[in-house]
Design a protein around this ligand. Structure first.
Ligand SMILES: Cc1ncc(COP(=O)(O)O)c(C=O)c1O
Length: 365
């Protein structure tokens, strides 16, 4: 059996009719930027997550960058986040001119260890970016308490967590701004790049709208310096169709995760734990083992493709060596970078395929 890590062709084949009709209707109307689909999708997605405003942009990276700019973050400001995340989280911070300050991850949830945040706060700290990694909500209550105490803003990196809930609230609606990516492999993915920022604050929403459109209040009238970052009509039309299926798809991901969690029985493999506060959407199902590389090759030899999220902590990437953080600086992140492995998890996996993956894992020695 051959099981790819993700199968976007399989997903498309199941929704082809609806998608083809929606794309054709965009072509038939001839409006490709700032049209009805973007407008409607902004409303539909913000309603789904539970915020007043939604602004579509070109990518999740842009969503994070523009959020920082909208909060007035720039030169020498410090932004707290984790070193175990997509490079994009940190790229956005440095592109804004701010300095990323890392806090190690909690070994139970793989998200920011809130007990280690306060020791990193200085008078330059302005924002905390918790990352809801793998679709698992970060523990937001203590983060909010710290943000209130030190007057900091919270930008949620929800790029991997469309529909995930923290204590009954969808992530992306809890901080000052929530950022999403619609990269094709995400739980809600476009057929190209895309992203969105969500907020309940009108002033922030207005500033974001200006920033993403050259600072223009109206055509040819620019009142602040901005850039061009837009979600386009074709992607919005596709995302509107897919949003209607998101809950069903997330439920199926949870079903697969339950099977993995209960049926993987191998003393050298650790499966993820579930916190009481979390309704995980399992963008990724990440196991751990001291024998990761051997395990990965073993699964590959049985046709099972896996991935690593992420093999190199950001501060050890060549591009961020100027942060002058040495090996050993964040022990949990570094240990996990050597042990983690992401198994295939997507709604279109059949039970037969899942059973095959589980049986293969249980044979690994
Ligand atoms: C945690 C996280 N943050 C940010 C991003 C950036 O999103 P994009 O690829 O749409 O720029 C991604 C996705 O790649 C991500 O997984």
């Amino acid at each position: 059996m051959k099981i790819p890590f993700i199968d976007l062709i399989k997903q498309y084949s199941l929704i082809k009719n609806e998608i083809d009709i929606s794309i054709r209707s965009v072509f038939d109307k001839g409006v490709f930027i700032s049209g009805k689909n973007v407008n409607s999708f902004e409303k539909e997605f913000s309603q789904y997550i539970g915020t007043k405003y939604g602004i579509g942009v070109s990518s999740g990276t842009d969503a994070l960058l523009i959020s920082l700019l909208a909060l007035g973050i720039g030169d020498e400001d410090e932004v707290i986040t984790v070193p175990n995340t997509a490079i994009a989280t940190v790229a956005a911070i440095t592109l804004s001119g701010a300095i990323p300050v890392f806090v190690d991850i909690d070994p139970e949830t793989y998200t920011i260890d809130s007990t280690k945040i306060e020791e990193k706060i200085t008078n330059k700290t302005k924002v905390i970016i918790p990352v809801h990694l793998y679709g698992y909500p970060a523990n937001m209550d203590p983060i909010k308490q710290i943000a209130n105490k030190y007057d900091l803003k919270i930008i949620e990196d929800a790029c991997q967590a469309h529909g995930a809930e923290y204590k009954g609230k969808k992530v992306g609606s809890i901080g000052d701004i929530g950022c999403f990516s619609f990269y094709p492999t995400k739980n809600l993915g476009a057929y190209g790049d895309g992203g969105m920022m969500l907020t309940n604050n009108k002033n922030i929403a207005d500033k974001i709208r200006l920033l993403q459109n050259y600072g223009q209040k109206e055509k040819n009238l620019s009142i602040i310096k901005g850039l061009n970052s837009r979600l386009d009509e074709i992607q919005a039309a596709i995302l509107r169709i897919k949003l209607k299926k998101l809950d069903k798809w997330n439920n199926r991901r949870r079903e697969i995760a339950e099977m993995y969690t209960h049926l993987i029985k191998n003393s050298v493999i650790t499966v993820p734990k579930k916190a009481v506060f979390a309704k995980n959407v399992y963008h990724l199902y990440v196991v751990r083992t001291k024998f990761r590389d051997k395990f990965k090759s073993f699964l590959e030899s049985y046709g099972i493709q896996t991935n690593i999220h992420y093999p190199i902590p950001i501060y050890l990437q060549t591009s961020y060596l100027d942060l002058e953080l040495k090996k050993g600086a964040f022990p949990v992140t570094e240990k996990f970078a050597k042990e983690i492995l992401s198994l295939p998890i997507y709604p279109e996996l059949s039970n037969r395929e899942i059973e095959y993956i589980i049986n293969t894992i249980n044979q690994f020695k």
